[in-house]
Design a protein around this ligand. Structure first.
Ligand code: SF4
Length: 362
């Protein structure tokens, strides 16, 4: 097996001043990832993917659609909704093309479960419009996507919804775009309680429930106490402080590699601890490899360096159209697709070779 040659970069991330729930979750998952994300020399690595973009479209349309389509007559609703949806999808498709140039990216109509996501969102927007109409004249409607701030601790965030129910209960609601969401995950709990704190500061009211609503409209609830809110605030402030006091050149000490934190991390190619810890089964149907090129013809043969537990010490893939490497070069392949033959992988439109998208006729 050939030698492992990756030299980790010296990071110089921007200090964290203001903290949002998503930043707090990233810090909790792996603060080394945050160090990459806050060093603008690595911005080019932070590419979007079709799941994220499809989620963004659903999120935008769910937030804006009820206001834009509120006065549309029923007979025209489907047509006007579809126009709004496609316009938003086109914007995100262009972002995908830009991020992944020169790879040939799938059109938004080919994104996974595209038609289902559109139909579900159309139904959901219609239901929200109906709820808004029904709640007109009530004491307080739902607060939707308002920026909230805690100036004392420099925390801020924009919850999806804060609802005041008829019995006076205040609930923080997050709307998830994936249909397979069940229950409240630990990072979602942290995010929702973070919003509960912001609501407490801004409105002088303490939310008693956190709620996750999935794409099907199913809801999952948890009761919270004021002490839960205090605990999350303390945790977030400690995470920020620990990050900001790391000595220059020592950010690698913050790395916490695991299947959960690394699986979709944009900085895997640059992360030594990832490659030292990575196991083939972290990725399911995908695999990432550091390897030394042994043969190049129509097919490239790699001598595998990492993951060290790979069944085959040699792996081959069809040579991409723009492959410019030579025998003995060490390359990093990210997110190739596994095949039924364990020694063969496929380079897809969203695979990377040495941080760069490739042109492939696969
Ligand atoms: S690859 Fe894993 S350990 Fe490395 S920065 Fe990303 S999440 Fe952290």
């Amino acid at each position: 097996m050939s030698e492992y040659l990756l030299i980790p970069p010296l990071l110089n991330p921007e200090e964290i001043q203001s903290c949002s729930p998503s930043l707090a979750n990233q810090l909790a998952a792996c603060s080394y990832q945050t160090a990459f994300a806050r060093d603008n020399r690595f911005d080019r690595l932070d590419r979007t993917n079709v799941f994220q973009l499809r989620g963004n479209v659903i999120h935008e349309i769910t937030a804006e659609g009820p206001h834009k389509l509120r006065d549309v007559p029923d007979d025209d609703f489907k047509k006007e909704f579809d126009e709004l949806w496609e316009k938003e999808s086109e914007v995100h498709y262009q972002r995908l093309q830009k991020d992944w140039f020169p790879a040939s990216v799938p059109h938004f109509t080919q994104w996974p479960e595209y038609a289902l996501a559109k139909a579900r969102t159309r139904k959901k927007v219609k239901n929200i419009i109906q709820k808004i109409r029904n709640s007109e004249g009530e004491r307080r409607g739902p607060a939707v996507e308002e920026w909230l701030e805690d100036p004392q601790h420099n925390l801020k965030g924009k919850p999806d919804r804060i609802e005041t129910w008829t019995d006076g209960t205040v609930a923080v609601v997050d709307i998830k775009t994936g249909p397979h969401q069940e229950g409240i995950k630990p990072e979602q709990r942290r995010q929702l309680i973070f919003y509960a704190h912001l609501w407490r500061v801004n409105e002088n009211q303490i939310p008693e429930k956190i709620v996750i609503e999935n794409a099907k409209g199913d809801r999952f609830y948890e009761d919270i106490q004021e002490s839960d809110i205090d605990d999350v605030v303390t945790e977030v402030l400690e995470l920020r402080e620990s990050f900001n006091k790391v000595a220059e050149g020592n950010y690698e000490s913050l790395a916490t590699p695991s299947k959960e934190s690394c699986q979709y991390c944009a900085y895997r190619t640059q992360c030594n601890l990832f490659w030292k810890t990575y196991r083939e089964d972290w990725d399911g149907w995908r695999v990432s490899i550091i390897g030394q090129i042994k043969e190049i013809d129509d097919v490239v043969v790699l001598d595998v360096v990492s993951p060290s537990d790979m069944i085959n010490t040699e792996v081959r893939f069809k040579k991409p159209d723009d492959f410019l490497f030579d025998i003995s070069d060490q390359i990093v392949v990210i997110d190739a697709e596994k095949t039924t033959q364990t020694e063969i992988v496929k380079i897809k439109w969203d695979s990377l070779i040495n941080d760069t998208p490739v042109v492939t006729s696969n």
